[in-house]
Design a binder for this molecule. Structure first.
Ligand SMILES: [Mn+2]
Length: 321
């Protein structure tokens, strides 16, 4: 496994914490302000250079920029223009040595939580979701529309993903409910994910294995990891308690998933890909700026991940230094 962490495009405390933990590779979010042109090689280079100058090599982009993806997921009049821009972005990513894009196909509602202040060990806080507390907007997209929009997108971009050697890594729906606020969700089971990555047979179409989403689907990791092994391009190391209608995030050592057992499964089935911690707690005394993505909780999460990686894959000790 290759240790990465998630970075916003401008340096912040997360950068320093990751560097302190020995992280050398980045899963990066591209700027979302109007000044950033996703089709511009020089704009992209400015961002990647910022990382490299601090000793972080960007290797993954996550998510596919929302300004493009929302139109693609909804399938509106700007869809084709956005697909063209994404193809251009893939070409530019190759030039920067970035070969993986983590994308999802949740329309209108991305990863959704209904609480940000649930108590976790020692005075920390985590986010959570309860369907009973969810208040939807007035929207409607059917299961069939979402599948059609997904297939339209994949068929349009896969030939270029292959040409530019960009691996598209599908993240499951979070939470994995059949619909949320009148919007159908189509990647809510192992079977649906398998169907999704078979829309076009391609070595460049696979998954981001967000462990907790599969657990919340009710899938066993002992089944899901072997079933997807050669299609796992990226792992989200995440733990939770609960089920898809009501759950909360946890410290990475304090949820229902046996994290060391998951790592042993990756090793046993030959999954040797980039990995990052996902949804960390907000620590006591920490001012939250992005619940689930605050900085200080990463210190424990990355250290815990690194320890498990070294315990399961001692031969990889040097690569995660
Ligand atoms: Mn995830």
């Amino acid at each position: 496994m290759l240790l990465t962490d998630y970075f916003y495009p401008n340096p912040d405390l997360s950068w320093d914490i990751a560097l302190s933990c020995g992280v050398q590779h980045g899963t990066i979010r591209l700027p979302e302000d109007a000044d950033f042109d996703v089709t511009s090689p020089s704009h992209l280079h400015t961002v990647t250079d910022r990382f490299r100058s601090r000793g972080i090599t960007p290797i993954i982009v996550e998510p596919l920029p929302n300004a493009l993806h929302d139109h693609i997921k909804i399938g509106d009049a700007q869809r084709d223009m956005c697909i063209e821009k994404f193809i251009c972005l893939m070409k530019n990513l190759r030039e920067e040595g970035i070969h993986t894009v983590c994308y999802n196909f949740m329309a209108h509602y991305g990863w959704t939580r209904t609480a940000k202040n649930l108590a976790e060990r020692g005075g920390a806080h985590v986010t959570g979701f309860s369907l009973a507390d969810f208040r939807p907007d007035e929207t409607l997209l059917s299961h069939e529309q979402m599948w059609n929009n997904y297939q339209y997108f994949i068929k349009a971009v896969i030939p270029y993903a292959e040409r530019y050697d960009i691996r598209l890594a599908l993240h499951p729906d979070d939470p994995p409910l059949p619909s949320l606020g009148g919007v159908a969700r189509i990647f809510t089971s192992l079977e649906a994910i398998r169907r999704g990555i078979q829309v076009v047979p391609s070595s460049h179409l696979g998954v981001t294995f967000c462990q907790a989403c599969y657990h919340l689907m009710g899938e066993r990791l002992e089944d899901a990891i072997p079933a997807l092994a050669d299609k796992i391009f990226f792992v989200h190391f995440r733990n939770v308690c609960g089920d898809k209608t009501c759950f909360r995030e946890t410290y990475h050592d304090n949820g229902e998933i046996d994290m060391a057992a998951a790592m042993r499964l990756y090793a046993r089935y030959g999954v040797d890909v980039p990995i990052r911690v996902d949804h960390v707690p907000t620590m006591p005394w920490e001012q939250s700026s992005a619940a689930g993505y605050d900085a200080i909780g990463r210190l424990f999460a990355i250290g815990y991940l690194k320890g498990i990686m070294q315990g399961v894959e001692p031969e990889h000790h040097a690569s995660v230094m």
